[in-house]
Write a protein that binds this ligand. Structure first.
Ligand code: ADP
Length: 434
């Protein structure tokens, strides 16, 4: 039966019942009784309607707390429909609340900043990343104009010009931010911020590296080209001059070779495709070879000693050998004739460490924090004279980082230096026979 019929049929039946009852009373007991029965039935029916209206009013006042009655007659249908509507409404609300919670969580975890503003840039809402990037506090700044909160002339120009199709790169609070305003709905705008500090730094480092490497390679190339030009313009040079030119050219060639090899080593160390393949490193054998190499480099001009008082470790043997050799060859190159160099392998506080101590030229404190930067040199000419590439300590730093080890430098200008490569206790190989 259709809902309309469902409403009308009982109503008509009730009316018929009322008329029949009244007619029966009229015929049996006279007109007064007939009217009385009709009045009585009508009073009960009106009373019932009023009661259900009252219940409906109560329910509308507080639909969450008050229960809907089952109803009678047409009310049964009305109440059951209202009940279904309320159930659907509750379900929608629960779904919306869940979505909102998920949205909030996603916005909290988002590394990019999002701020919602009205059409005249008054802040309505922002996520924690936007608070961090722009120095905002939602609780404090809500309802304020963002141009009053982000006091950067570049940002204000961006807003005034309104060319929002292009993002803006902004230097703010020691960060490099990429900022863009996106209008949405009719009267709202989203401000999106992306922290590009790290990528800008990497890009700058890459550019510096290329510029430095080109510069370093250009110098020996210029020297070699110069000698080649002399040789072609003056074919009758004396054998002595020719020999000296050839030796200078091969020296510059060696310099370029060292530089290219160091650059390749650094690239390999930085690449995630070349993880450390740890194996047992026989420290005593490795350091003994490094000692012999350093003695060859020194050609008897220094006193070099080696003490091995520690266990073997797990690590990449080639990388460690390259790092340790760099530290030792630096000590030789930056220590004047008859200086002393001590190499020591020991365990301190459970941590193995390689110590290279020299009494050479030393380093002033202002340089110490920059020594591991690529191509950073305290004294450029001395580094070049001794075939330095300026990449040695950068290689050491990377090798140690790959072994969770730390490089500690202590030095004093004129008094010598101590370079320590400190490893975690976990790299020690425990000897089962002990
Ligand atoms: P380089 O090839 O120039 O030696 P490194 O990266 O190995 O490059 O070292 C960077 C700079 O650190 C060197 O140019 C030098 O100025 C300084 N340095 C490194 N080791 C020593 C040391 N033992 N004594 C004094 N200065 C040092």
């Amino acid at each position: 039966m259709s809902p309309r019929l469902l409403f009308w049929v009982p109503a008509v039946l009730r009316l018929v019942f009322l008329l029949c009852g009244s007619a029966l009373a009229w015929s049996l007991f006279g007109p007064i009784s007939g009217l009385g029965v009709a009045l009585g039935i009508m009073t009960v029916m009106v009373g019932l309607q009023l009661y259900y209206l009252y219940q409906l009013g109560n329910w509308l006042d507080d639909p969450q707390k008050v229960r809907l009655p089952d109803g009678w007659g047409a009310w049964t249908d009305i109440f059951s429909k209202l009940y279904r509507l309320r159930r659907a409404d509750d379900k929608n609300k629960a779904e919306l609340t869940e979505w909102l919670a998920r949205f909030r969580q996603a916005m909290h975890l988002l590394p990019d900043g999002v701020a919602i503003m009205d059409d005249v840039l008054f802040l309505e809402w922002c996520n924690p990343a936007a608070e961090r990037h722009l120095g905002l506090m939602l609780g404090r700044d809500k309802g304020m104009r963002v141009t009053n909160l982000i006091r950067s002339p570049d940002f204000i120009d961006y807003v005034i010009l309104g060319r929002y199709e292009q993002p803006l790169t902004l230097a703010l609070r020691e960060r490099k931010l990429i900022v863009q305003i996106i209008p949405f709905e009719n009267r709202r705008q989203i401000l999106v911020t992306h922290d590009a500090t790290e990528s800008v730094r990497i890009e700058m480092m890459r550019r510096d590296f290329i510029a430095n490497a080109s510069h370093e390679l250009r110098t020996p190339l210029t020297v070699i080209n110069g000698f080649l030009e002399i040789a072609s313009l003056q074919p009758n040079l004396g054998p002595e001059t020719r020999m000296s030119h050839l030796s200078l050219m091969s020296e510059q060639g060696r310099r370029m070779q060292n530089l290219v090899e160091d650059m390749l080593t650094l690239t390999r160390l930085e690449s995630i495709d070349y993880p450390v393949r740890p194996e047992q490193v026989n420290i005593a054998v490795m350091l003994d070879q490094i000692l012999q190499e350093s003695q060859a480099l020194s050609s008897g001009r220094h006193i070099i000693t080696l003490t091995v008082d520690g266990p073997d470790i797990h690590g990449g043997p080639d990388e460690l050998r390259s790092a340790f050799s760099n530290l030792v060859s630096n000590a030789v190159r930056y220590t004047p004739v008859s200086g002393e160099i001590n190499l020591l392998w020991r365990v301190i506080g459970g941590q193995p460490e390689f110590v290279v101590r020299d009494n050479g030229i030393g380093i002033s404190p202002e340089h110490l924090s920059r020594l591991t930067e690529r191509f950073y040199r305290v004294d450029k000419s001395r580094s070049r004279e001794t075939q330095g590439t300026g990449l040695g300590l950068a290689i050491v730093k990377h090798v140690l980082m790959r072994h969770q080890a730390a490089l500690i430098i202590e030095s004093e200008r004129g008094a010598g230096s101590v370079f320590k490569a400190q490893f975690p206790a976990s790299v020690i190989i425990v000897n089962d026979m002990a």
